[in-house]
Write a protein that binds this ligand. Structure first.
Ligand code: NI
Length: 172
């Protein structure tokens, strides 16, 4: 795309941002047809879970899944990072309104999982082993169509179970 224009236009500002002062005095310059940017929203939730296979004994589950297989449940303070991608909306200067994105994440995921037992109460995790990886994938499946409605694409779901353990999913 070739754009001719003055410095006061949106593209003028963008050009200066992208190319710096070197091209500042050029009246014609080239922008890539699309410039992909990524935007991440962080949300938090607390939830209980247990990692276990019902067809195994408690001992076997403990052996394979460790402390997370405690039959009396336990909880984590999960941190969810939702990254979307797309092109900056001309005239708005952003990819997507962050408060709208936050609202969608809260309504689609957080309200359904926060302060819940993931194994017993979260419908989109029914019959799925409640590992960080599986939760991240299930969140993707729930969120992806809703994100599309915002005219951006879901890029990744990152879920931190603890400070040391996290899973990241980039879609099927
Ligand atoms: Ni756990």
């Amino acid at each position: 795309m070739i754009i001719a224009g003055g410095q006061r236009s949106y593209f003028g500002i963008l050009k200066r941002f992208l190319f710096g002062k070197l091209l500042e005095n050029n009246s014609i310059y080239i922008l890539k047809p699309s410039i992909m940017v990524f935007l991440t929203r962080r949300e938090r939730f607390n939830a209980a879970h247990r990692l276990f296979r019902p067809d195994w004994s408690d001992e076997k589950n403990r052996e394979v899944y460790g402390k997370c297989s405690n039959p009396m449940w336990h909880g984590h303070n999960y941190i969810l990072f939702v990254t979307v991608k797309g092109e900056i909306k001309p005239g708005l200067g952003y990819l997507v309104d962050l408060s709208t994105l936050s609202k969608v994440i809260r309504e689609t995921i957080i309200d359904r999982i926060d302060h819940k037992n993931i194994n017993l109460e979260v419908d989109f995790m029914k019959g799925i082993l409640a590992s960080t990886e599986n939760i991240a994938m299930a969140i993707w499946q729930e969120l992806e169509p809703k994100i599309k409605e915002l005219d951006v694409e879901l890029h990744s779901i990152k879920l931190e179970e603890t400070e040391n353990n996290s899973a990241e999913y980039f879609g099927p």
